[in-house]
Design a protein around this ligand. Structure first.
Ligand SMILES: *[C@@H]1O[C@H](CO)[C@@H](O)[C@H](O)[C@H]1NC(C)=O
Length: 358
């Protein structure tokens, strides 16, 4: 086989791959994402609340993927900017005039959303919003487990993986965008990774459970959700960029490969455990994973990652889309069941990720 592949001229391989009539181009995935966003907005977005179906943290994620599409699709940029500025103006009105609440994960989603909005627009109001949210997140640091880590919420009754991953990711994103506080942000991100990687929440299969029992300070064996395998990837990508240390990318690749092995069906389609029909929040998670896998692929390209992302985007479009409404359901392998704002925006994340890696 070695003889065969070295004999075959590489330009022929190139032609073979790029002339396949089945493969969609980046522009096709972006066009599909645009049309799915139109469905999302027409059905669930309220300009008066700036939210999708009144949902708080989910709306931060929907906004993030809209910003991400604006970054790679010029024809969508002004639409994205308009949605984002409407959300910026109106969403706090539903939450006592603030982006903060008692849940550090909710805060982290919005901080990442405003960073994505800043990346798209250069608007410093958005970046400053992320900074002030991050400042509040730092007040959650200091669990009984090695005196580090972030609590899940201000009542300090749970240590979740997700709030810790978000804290790392927000700190590392800020490190690359706010030079004046880079030293401090890098220190927070490193402290979080040091704590997280020694906490036991990453299990022996290199997948991440839901949290840590704060009495025993051990992995609580909670469900391995897709989003917990995702947010850490984007955080480590940013931390590697901020520090110039490629070992963070190695760690991210290990986690990404373990997730692809553990959380896909026999056809390679990402699959969430648990009652995704009963709890529409769960439908949001897969999009978070693929968004962050695309970020890892950009920093550390891997043909297996891009193939996974396009395959999942194709499955969504071909098997999980209702016709003619354009609704996208929670099971990416199909068949289409029912759509919610989280299932729609999560699937859009995958279309955007496929556009980004194609
Ligand atoms: C934490 O572990 C202790 C000791 O095993 C157990 O009694 C307790 O129920 C656990 N807490 C949670 C929230 O699972």
């Amino acid at each position: 086989m070695k003889y065969f592949t070295s004999y075959l001229p590489s330009y022929l391989l190139f032609l073979f791959i790029y002339s396949s009539p089945l493969a969609l181009a980046a522009a096709d995935y972006a066009a599909n994402a645009e049309s799915a966003i139109k469905v999302l907005n027409d059905k669930w977005y309220s300009t008066s609340t700036g939210l999708y179906n009144g949902l708080w943290w989910n709306s931060a994620n929907a906004m993030t993927t809209i910003a991400d599409l604006g970054l790679i699709d010029d024809s969508f940029k002004s639409t994205a900017e308009q949605i984002i500025s409407t959300t910026y103006a109106n969403a706090p009105g539903t939450n006592g005039g603030t982006w903060l609440n008692d849940y550090y994960d909710d805060e982290g989603w919005w901080a990442l959303g405003w960073i994505a909005a800043y990346d798209l627009t250069g608007n410093l109001d958005y970046l400053n919003t992320a900074i002030s949210i991050f400042d509040d997140m730092t007040t959650g640091w200091g669990t009984p487990c090695s005196s580090g880590g972030l609590w899940w919420s201000k009542d300090r009754t749970y240590i979740s993986a997700i709030s810790n991953e978000l804290f790392l990711s927000v700190a590392a994103h800020l490190a690359n965008r706010v030079p004046s506080s880079k030293t401090n942000s890098v220190a927070w991100a490193r402290a979080e990774w040091d704590w997280f990687s020694h906490s036991g929440v990453i299990n022996s299969a290199n997948t991440i459970n839901d949290g840590i029992n704060y009495t025993t300070c051990k992995n609580n064996q909670g469900t391995v959700f897709t989003y917990n395998q995702g947010v850490i990837l984007g955080g480590l990508v940013e931390l590697s960029a901020a520090t110039g240390d490629p070992s963070y990318l190695d760690e991210a690749n290990t986690l990404a490969n373990a997730a692809l092995k553990a959380l896909t069906d026999s056809n390679g389609i990402l699959t969430e455990s648990g009652g995704i029909e009963e709890d529409s929040n769960l439908a949001q998670f897969k999009g978070i994973f693929v968004r962050n896998l695309a970020a890892l692929h950009k920093a550390s390209p891997d043909a297996a990652f891009s193939a996974f992302l396009t395959k999942n985007a194709d499955a969504i479009w071909n098997s999980d889309r209702d016709d003619p409404t354009g609704f996208l359901g929670p099971h990416w392998q199909g068949p289409f069941a029912t759509a919610t704002a989280p299932s729609q925006s999560s699937a859009i994340d995958c279309l955007v990720a496929a556009a980004a890696v194609s």
